[in-house]
Ligand binder design. Structure first.
Ligand SMILES: *[C@@H]1O[C@H](CO)[C@@H](O)[C@H](O)[C@H]1NC(C)=O
Ligand SMILES: *[C@@H]1O[C@H](CO)[C@@H](O)[C@H](O)[C@H]1NC(C)=O
Ligand SMILES: *[C@@H]1O[C@H](CO)[C@@H](O)[C@H](O)[C@H]1NC(C)=O
Ligand SMILES: *[C@@H]1O[C@H](CO)[C@@H](O)[C@H](O)[C@H]1NC(C)=O
Ligand SMILES: *[C@@H]1O[C@H](CO)[C@@H](O)[C@H](O)[C@H]1NC(C)=O
Ligand SMILES: *[C@@H]1O[C@H](CO)[C@@H](O)[C@H](O)[C@H]1NC(C)=O
Length: 192
């Protein structure tokens, strides 16, 4: 699992732009109104930066393997077929004790028979500041040994309704001894 843990990392956030609007009404009528008013809404560009902490052992595990292939004597570099579910902290700085911006909740699967690569599917759930309560949905391929891994922002909720963009992951730290990885994320999104 050290290999899988190499994957994750991340986060401090620097938010740019976007006037704060708290308490977005989420009832169906309000959502309809929001859509009907879209033509008057201006597109915004928001940049986020944060560190993502994947912890697979110790007292504060946030990422657990929930499945693996019956034949796990993998000769490929990745433990092909392994699946983790995680609820990882997103923090401003690389230290887990730095300010928490939210949680990255989702799963990753070792989905490559070749060079190590994961399928990532996760929601970034923000719990601070102007994006408190909003989410971004991310799906992508994460070839964990590459310097930059580009994943897609495929949508969002709250302040991030109809979001689209790119999330770029970099490994900040990978410690196989403690099954801990810290990933640095830069996310650029267009939304309304
Ligand atoms: C429609 O959008 C404009 C521009 O974003 C905003 O000022 C206005 O309050 C919105 N109206 C409604 C009913 O949401
Ligand atoms: C686990 O989390 C608790 C509470 O945040 C903290 O006091 C403790 O030091 C952490 N343990 C480890 C091994 O990180
Ligand atoms: C496990 O992999 C090794 C190396 O490829 C191979 O020699 C061995 O036969 C495999 N064992 C099983 C049970 O598949
Ligand atoms: C396969 O998985 C089982 C159960 O998780 C584990 O006990 C065993 O050591 C694994 N075998 C190999 C070759 O990785
Ligand atoms: C993380 O922060 C804590 C206290 O804020 C400090 O004791 C610790 O040394 C820091 N760890 C690293 C790796 O900087
Ligand atoms: C975030 O929103 C929740 C739910 O509305 C609220 O309870 C919490 O106090 C807010 N946190 C911050 C830091 O604004």
């Amino acid at each position: 699992m050290e290999k899988l843990s190499a994957i994750l990392i991340l986060c401090s956030i620097m938010m740019i732009s976007v006037p704060a609007t708290h308490g977005i009404a989420e009832d169906p009528k309000s959502v309809e109104k929001w859509f009907e008013n879209l033509t008057h809404s201006k597109q915004k560009l928001t940049k986020l930066h944060f560190y993502f902490h994947d912890i697979e052992s110790g007292n504060n595990i946030t990422s657990i393997q929930v499945a693996r292939a019956p034949n796990n004597n993998s000769t490929s570099a990745a433990a092909f077929g392994g699946i983790n579910v995680f609820d990882n902290a997103m923090t401003v700085g690389p230290n887990i004790t730095s300010k928490q911006l939210g949680r990255a909740q989702g799963l990753f699967a070792a989905s490559s028979l070749g060079p190590q690569s994961l399928l990532i599917t996760m929601n970034l759930f923000f719990t601070q500041g102007e994006f408190n309560g909003s989410t971004l949905a991310i799906v992508g391929r994460d070839p964990i040994l590459d310097q930059y891994r580009e994943m897609s922002v495929v949508g969002g909720s709250g302040e991030f309704r109809l979001a689209r963009g790119i999330a770029t992951a970099q490994t900040f730290l990978n410690n196989p001894a403690t099954n801990t990885a810290v990933l640095e994320y830069h996310v650029v999104v267009i939304h309304y």
